[in-house]
Design a protein around this ligand. Structure first.
Ligand code: MTE
Ligand code: MO
Length: 250
């Protein structure tokens, strides 16, 4: 009834409303990109490490992990290239009160650590190259951490039931998986230091996954949970069309 009335009685009213809607939508888009600047970046997007706004974010965990002699100076000779800090969420920041790590699901030994215990775990040093699916790489990274295989062994995976290792990011959103067979690769490491330094908040610290033989999107940052599951799970980028088996150069 009064819809048609309005249309006829005041032509400029609907035009104003239309402009208002446009402005509102514009404001919403601006607000959205301000709050979630990285939300729409795919693994194909290249980010500049020095881009504004995230530089001041830092984790605050104590004690700091002390580098092994092979890490400092790094036996790889020091990384060549720059990581492009990615996050599909706001960059999470951790301290002793909001960080923990657990291995659960189809295991005999459920394990959980707070930072104080985690930092005491025996670490190893591995040198590897890192490749994002777009073509940027950082070569000869010296990672110090706990080999994934070590965790799985300690947790005593129920081998007859579990098929998939699911990784959760402490950002609350990002997940990915490996098959149990892939998870046995001895270069897969749950890293705590990079080139002898604690991994920064931007680059996924305090603890991130590193899977050298697969593209970077498999290497979950801010790793806080490993769950052994019977079925399959489709990870964050895989839900968006990327391959579950992200072998570099295959
Ligand atoms: N939690 C989380 N992990 C993540 C991502 C992410 O956005 N969030 N990006 C992935 C992608 S696409 C790449 S290439 C690497 C990038 O690592 P960097 O941010 O340390 O450069 O992290 C991977 N792990
Ligand atoms: Mo990536």
């Amino acid at each position: 009834m009064d819809r048609d009335d309005k249309k006829e009685s005041s032509g400029h009213y609907s035009r104003r409303r239309f402009l208002g809607t446009l402005l509102g939508a514009g404001a919403l888009i601006l607000t959205g990109s301000w709050l979630f600047p990285r939300l729409f970046k795919g693994p194909e997007a290249k980010e500049n490490g020095s881009s504004g706004g995230v530089g001041e974010l830092e984790n605050n965990l104590s004690p700091l992990p002390q580098p092994a002699p092979e890490s400092d100076p790094p036996i790889g000779g020091g990384a060549k290239g720059e990581f492009a800090p990615f996050s599909v969420t706001e960059f999470p920041v951790f301290d002793n009160s909001n960080w923990s790590f657990k291995v659960d699901g189809l295991v005999e030994q459920l394990r959980q650590w707070d930072w104080g215990d985690f930092v005491k775990l025996k670490r190893q040093v591995r040198v590897s190259d890192f490749h994002c699916v777009t073509g940027w790489s950082v070569t000869q990274n010296t990672w110090e951490g706990i080999p994934l295989a070590e965790f799985l062994e300690q947790a005593q995976v129920k081998r007859d039931e579990a098929r998939t290792v699911k990784f959760y990011s402490g950002d609350g959103v990002y997940t990915d998986t490996l098959t149990l067979e892939q998870a046995a690769m001895e270069d897969v490491i749950i890293a705590v230091l990079h080139d002898g330094k604690p991994i920064s908040a931007q680059l996924g610290g305090p603890v991130r996954l590193v899977i050298p033989q697969m593209y970077g999107y498999k290497s979950v940052k801010w790793l806080t949970r490993i769950e052994l599951i019977a079925g399959e799970h489709t990870g964050y980028w895989e839900q968006r069309g990327y391959a579950r088996d992200a072998w570099v150069g295959k």
